[in-house]
Each structure stands twice: as C-alpha cells, then as structure tokens.
Design a protein around this ligand. Structure first.
Ligand SMILES: Nc1ncnc2c1ncn2[C@@H]1O[C@H](COP(=O)(O)OP(=O)(O)O)[C@@H](O)[C@H]1O
Ligand SMILES: [Mg+2]
Length: 265
C-alpha cells in the first residue's frame, strides 16, 4: 500500500492528523449532502424487509460457497477418482503410471488450495490466530493486488485484542464496503481507517469515486448496504453511509468495544 498517508506498521499514527481538515474542497462537498442510504432503504422498504436482509445476504453467501464446493471440490475429486481407477489398468506401464501419478498429485494440490480458499471465506483463521489488525492488513494487501485499487491505511488503536464478535463485524463490513468500491466506485484509490476512542472502535472506508444518490437507488436491491447496517446493529454499533453522485462514498461504522483483557479481569 503506497502513498504519503500509508501507515503500514505504524499503528501509533498521530491522533492530530485525523483532525486536520481534508485536503481540497471536493471531498468536503462530498460529505455535504448527508444521506444515509440504509435509512432511506428502511423508510422505503419497511422494517420487515430490512430484518430479512441479513438472512438473505447470508443465504446468498451459502449458495456461493455451496456452488464453490460442488464445482471445484466435487469436480476435482471426481477427476482424481477416475485417474486412480485408471492406475489399475496401467499394470506394468511405468511411464503411463508416472504420468497419471503426476496428474493426480497436481489435482490434489489444486484441491487443497480450494479447501483453504473456501474455508478462509467461511472464517478467515488469521482473525482468530493473529487478531484483527494483522487480518485487516493481510486482507487489504490481497484486495489491493487483486483489484489494482490502491489502499491508504490509517490505524490508530491502543489495544488490538478485541472480542470475536467485534473482529468478525469489522472484517465483514470492510469486505462488503471494499467489494462495493471495486464494483461501483470507478476509482483507483480508497482510504481505510481504524481508530479507537472513548470505548468505541471506528472503521471508515472512503472513496472519491463516482458516488450515488441514496434516494434513487432501488431499496429492494440494496442487500449489501442493509446487511452491513444490520450486522453493525447486531454487534451494538451504528453504520452510516454518506454519498452523493460524483462526490464519492464514505462508510463509517462505530462499535462499542470491550477488549479481551477487560473481560479476563
Ligand atoms: N462505493 C460505492 N460507490 C458508488 N456506488 C456505490 C458504492 N457503494 C454502493 N453503491 C451503490 O449502492 C447500490 C447498493 O449497494 P449494495 O447494497 O451493496 O448492493 P450491490 O452491491 O449488490 O449493488 C449499488 O448498486 C451502487 O449503486
Ligand atoms: Mg454490494
């Protein structure tokens, strides 16, 4: 992650830098039309629909994972099985045996890669093994490589030992917000910040891309935005989305935090 405001490995970024006015007027304009699309969605769609959105998002995730298991793991396992059956027909054909064994080995490697990719999508083990910050940094690095969108990362947290619910909520919201940046923003940079203050953890994902008008988007199709907000609320937090056509988009989530250390005490 490049750029003047890159703070990889510098988690103790100066607090004052957050309070500086933003460079240039464009982004402050972006924040002027203070819209909360998730709220607009609620007003348009009604509470019943909203309460189902997180379930629908989760069902969609399950469908995708089930498809991955079927298409990738199922096909590889079937093809390995066929090649193993072929082995017994080859008898003493050493060269033939060698070729089939090489092919089986290659397919087993692919199968293991798929298993780790699918299990990572279900629950990134790095979140539990190394904690929230390394997991976020690793995710941002992968995101940057895959999307070609440059991430500016600011991190100012005193204690990074958060409860599992906080860790997964931050991680999933970040994933969804960055997916939206790749799909909709048409931009080459995004700013991601994580700060803790007064018992709250704040996550900000801000792009200066094409933005959108929260009052004209189709409420029934905004499962991503509604799901993010529900996820935040389930963890006791609050999510707002500020956007305007041509002015970029800012997703901000505040979560109350209890650290592991406090819980142990
Ligand atoms: N970062 C963004 N930049 C531009 N438009 C966005 C952004 N995030 C969301 N949107 C707009 O809000 C709509 C709803 O987003 P979402 O609920 O995540 O649904 P989906 O991504 O499946 O379209 C998107 O279709 C897009 O028009
Ligand atoms: Mg989306």
């Amino acid at each position: 992650m490049k750029g003047p405001n890159t703070h990889w490995g510098n988690r103790a970024m100066k607090r004052e830098s957050r309070k500086k006015p933003r460079d240039g007027k464009v982004i402050s304009k972006a924040v002027e039309p203070v819209h909360d699309p998730a709220r607009a969605v609620r007003l348009k769609a009604g509470d019943e629909k909203i309460s189902r959105s997180l379930i629908e998002v989760m069902e969609e995730e399950r469908r995708r994972i089930s498809r991955d298991i079927h298409d990738e793991l199922g096909q590889l396992a079937t093809s390995i099985k066929m090649e193993v059956e072929l082995l017994s027909d080859l008898g003493h054909d050493k060269a033939g045996l060698q070729t089939v064994c090489d092919s089986i080995r290659k397919k087993l490697d692919e199968l293991l890669d798929s298993v780790s990719r699918i299990s990572f999508a279900l629950r990134p083990s790095i979140l539990d093994d190394l904690g929230l910050i390394p997991a976020v940094e690793s995710f941002l690095e992968k995101f940057q490589k895959a999307s070609g969108i440059q991430c500016e990362w600011e991190c100012d947290v005193r204690n990074s030992e958060y409860l599992p619910e906080v860790r997964i909520t931050i991680y999933r919201i970040l994933q969804e917000a960055l997916t939206n940046v790749t799909r909709h923003a048409q931009t080459s940079t995004v700013k991601v910040g994580l700060y803790d203050e007064d018992g709250k953890l704040t996550l900000v994902i801000e792009d200066r891309g094409r933005g959108f008008d929260p009052f004209t988007i189709d409420a029934g199709r905004c499962l991503g935005l509604a799901g993010m907000r529900e996820r935040a609320e389930l963890a006791g937090g609050k999510l707002t989305v500020l956007s305007g056509r041509g002015f970029g988009t800012k997703v901000r989530m505040e979560l109350p935090i209890e650290t592991q250390r406090e819980v142990i005490r």
